[in-house]
Design a protein around this ligand. Sequence first.
Ligand code: DAH
Length: 345
Amino acid sequence: MLQDKITQYTAEINAFSTDKADELEQFRIRFLGTKGIIKDIFEEFKAVSPEEKRSLGKVLNEFKQLAEAKYQSLKEHSDGTEVAADSGLDLTLPGEGFDVGTRHPLALVRKEIIGIFERLGFVVAEGPEIEDDWHNFSALNFPEEHPARDMQDTFFIKKGGEKGDIALRTHTSSVQVRMMEAGKPPFRAIMPGRVYRNEAISARAHCFFHQVEGLYVDENVSFADLKQTLFYFVQELYGEGTKVRFRPSYFPFTEPSAEMDISCTICKGDGCQMCKHSGWVEILGCGMVDPNVLENCGIDSKRYSGFAFGMGIERIANLKFEIRDLRLFSENDVRFLKQYKSALI
Ligand code: DAH
């Protein structure tokens, strides 16, 4: 009889108690599971006579509620540590964190530089690291066999070729040429990338490093535009109040050329080791694009003028983070890299 069964199971449920999660789970499966007792009883209930249904219906519902209430109240009191003790797992222990990677300091600085120029409407352009003589030197107004080429110690890869010797690019200025050859003015781009020079590796020199090149070509571009753009860049990068000064210099591809110094970011101009007690540190080379360069790239130098600049990312990072030894940037020592976790992200 259904009534008898219910009476028997009700007694069983009332008598049941546990604080062990696995025993409670057995209880749940036995009574409340999809193939459990309650499911069976409800199946049987379908077959009873209508009179019986009337009286049994209520009993049946109460029985179901009793089983559910028992399960809920025991569940609240089984706190999980019991399972832990059984399985050798302590759920009260804090979880193990996992390491998220950190950005490389050079990547952080490159990202920041790009961000500033993008706000001024510059686009990002890239070019190949293996370059021909034309793009790395000749188009940039380095005369053949001229000592100016010795300014940069080149890793040559192959002699000859349609556009001259093949080499690892010594600067990102080559990307200027590629950009101007491929398009029409106006140009407003920054060009980040890796460059190579044949130098012995030390704390102060490396055989590869990173640069960001800038190029702005349009009608009526003047030296004042160059100064204002770079002034804005420095205020954004190192904070308002950072001073700039321009010293006349020489680069084959710009005329006039200058080097730009900023007031020392470490000592704020008072004099320290970083600025060799001068209060100033050099951060980039710049100038008005030499008309010969424009013509070499098929641009009418009577109509268009432009400015260009180039900076070393390691140098900028050095001034931001006071990283004194260039070798640290490429050794990938995790203890070094981890320090830049939160900076500038
Ligand atoms: N290419 C130069 C170097 O590697 C840096 C440079 C100087 C780039 C002046 C320029 C510039 O665009 O106008 O030393």
